[in-house]
Design a protein around this ligand. Structure first.
Ligand code: ADP
Ligand code: NI
Length: 220
């Protein structure tokens, strides 16, 4: 089967599987990550099929929505890729990528993940980019609204010393998330293109925050 055919079959599968997914991790999140990943991969010597399949399948079963079971996503991806006859080596790489990405998100992780590849680093950058810029801002307030959090509260300062568990339980205003997570991402990017895109989106968020505070104080 041609790569383009594998990719269109995978797109159809992901759309169908994520039909009921919540807004932050729906098909459109996947599509944006897929497009970001392709852009980042442009100037790199990589296996483009692995980048595409990894991006398309990276959130196929987020452990957060499956009682923390991190083996589900990789298993669903593996079974699907096998069913359409993708080469074993490609499947193995894609599964390693999905494993590693869900591993990184895990609260219970005890040891660091072992697997590393340029394809994985590209997909991780592409996923992080979706938490930045205009889309990142929209996703943050969408998440905050879902959790019924305040937009902003000048009396509640950001806290950069929380453990992951504390962070999950914290009911802090959504603006704090910018300082606790989003504005730190640009320095964690893996690739030159990812870093460049993150810097642009970072700048946009700083402008947004300035406008936000001015409107809040009534000075604009
Ligand atoms: P991932 O995309 O790696 O699964 P999450 O599920 O933690 O990450 O986050 C999904 C989206 O929700 C991201 O855009 C993230 O910025 C946003 N988000 C996560 N936690 C918070 C929070 N405490 N406040 C506001 N937005 C959040
Ligand atoms: Ni994602």
């Amino acid at each position: 089967m041609k790569d383009s055919e594998i990719i269109s079959k995978t797109i159809a599968f992901v759309k169908e599987t994520l039909k009921e997914a919540e807004g932050g991790h729906d098909w459109f999140h996947i599509e944006r990550v897929y497009l970001n990943a392709q852009r980042i991969a442009q100037d790199q010597e990589v296996d483009l099929l692995v980048v595409s399949l990894g991006a398309l399948l990276h959130d196929i079963a987020d452990a957060k929505f499956h009682d923390g079971d991190e083996s589900i996503g990789p298993r669903i991806a593996q079974d699907f890729l096998k069913s359409i006859g993708v080469a074993e080596k490609t499947i193995c790489h894609v599964v390693n990528i999905i494993n590693n990405i869900s591993f990184k998100n895990s609260l219970e992780k005890k040891v660091e993940a072992q697997f590393l590849s340029t394809e994985l680093m590209i997909i991780q950058d592409a996923d992080r980019l979706d938490a930045l810029g205009a889309i990142g801002i929209a996703r943050a307030f969408n998440y905050g609204g879902f959790k019924n959090r305040e937009l902003y509260n000048p009396d509640i300062a950001p806290n950069l010393n929380m453990t992951k568990e504390e962070y999950k339980k914290s009911n802090a205003p959504t603006i704090n998330h910018f300082y606790e997570k989003l504005l730190l991402l640009k320095d964690k990017m893996n690739t030159p293109m990812g870093t460049k895109m993150a810097e642009e989106r970072h700048g946009f968020m700083l402008n947004y925050l300035e406008q936000f505070y001015n409107e809040w104080k009534g000075t604009l």
